[in-house]
Design a protein around this ligand. Structure first.
Ligand SMILES: Cc1cc2nc3c(=O)[nH]c(=O)nc-3n(C[C@H](O)[C@H](O)[C@H](O)COP(=O)(O)OP(=O)(O)OC[C@H]3O[C@@H](n4cnc5c(N)ncnc54)[C@H](O)[C@@H]3O)c2cc1C
Length: 260
């Protein structure tokens, strides 16, 4: 088993939105108390400034998938694509949507990631933190939200047979329709009974830019980096959209993207 170590990460390459400085990051391979560090996944939902906190990521010891007693134990450093491949190969249902969701299991479960009627918490049995296993019933979760405060080391899923190829194909096509330019996925959560993309478009910000950052022409709720985009330009656009939507619709847009 590997020990903890430090490695340098260049966040302008590591994060999906391609913004952020280089930093020394703690790689955790042992369960413990890491309260001085902020846990980070694969950076698909993150916007990092030059004054970010000290980060930690999970290391190789937490990347695994095993089936035992009718449950699936998945290390929290396991990437969504690896779990999708496993589900396909072993004919397991409910992981088809993972083709559309970049991240590792820790990030996906903490965010309760999902799309349409599907969300990852629907299939979670329990999670493992430094305090041991915590059952789903004891965790608060809702749309793109959980109250998990600790580092997740392992996620336990209920197993159901029957991988649905057609569903996986539909999710793949949906992905092809999203902007291919670097982004962190949806910038804002959808307000109840509305869509953040519709509101951004309605206030005239579809395709609007500041520097190299813009709200995508293809999908208004995707804040995209067209090259040399900066944290400051991204934050400017986020504030502008919130201000305009509040003024015109009296709706408070809540950020899905996490700024550090
Ligand atoms: C092109 C694109 C499309 C996307 N489409 C969707 C979509 O359709 N639906 C959707 O829900 N999301 C979508 N996203 C966002 C992203 O896929 C999810 O938010 C995913 O959960 C991020 O995982 P990550 O590992 O990259 O997490 P990060 O961005 O690194 O971190 C996200 C959060 O998880 C926490 N975290 C990470 N690891 C752990 C851990 N081990 N224990 C506890 N907390 C942890 C971090 O502290 C942070 O709060 C998209 C992103 C991109 C780039």
């Amino acid at each position: 088993m590997l020990k903890n170590y430090f490695k340098e990460i260049n966040f302008s390459k590591y994060t999906s939105i391609k913004i952020g400085p280089k930093a020394s990051v703690l790689v955790i391979n042992e369960i413990g108390d890491y309260s001085k560090h902020h846990i980070f996944g694969l950076g698909n939902n993150a916007l990092i400034s030059n004054s970010h906190p000290d980060f930690a990521v999970l290391g190789e010891n937490f990347s695994y998938i095993k089936e035992e007693n009718g449950l699936l134990y998945v290390g929290a450093a396991t990437k969504s694509a690896r779990l999708l491949t496993y589900a396909k190969k072993n004919n397991l249902a409910n992981f088809e949507f993972l083709g559309k969701l970049p991240g590792n299991m820790g990030g996906l479960v903490k965010m309760n990631a999902g799309l349409k009627e599907w969300e990852i918490f629907s299939y979670v049995h329990s999670i493992k933190t430094k305090a041991g296993y915590i059952k789903k019933e004891d965790i608060e979760y809702s749309y793109r939200h959980t109250n998990i405060k600790d580092i997740i080391y392992e996620v336990v899923f209920n197993i159901e047979e029957g991988f649905k190829k057609e569903q996986a194909e539909i999710f793949k096509i949906m992905r092809e329709n999203q902007p291919q330019t670097p982004s962190a996925g949806s910038c804002f959560k959808n307000p109840i009974n509305d869509s953040a993309g519709r509101l951004i478009e309605a206030v005239g910000l579809k395709g609007f830019s500041k520097g190299d950052m813009s709200f995508s022409i293809k999908h208004s709720n995707f804040l995209v980096n067209n090259g040399e985009g900066t944290y400051e330009d991204a934050k400017y656009l986020i504030s502008l959209a919130k201000e305009k939507v509040k003024k015109e619709f009296n709706i408070i847009l809540e950020e899905e993207i996490i700024s550090y």
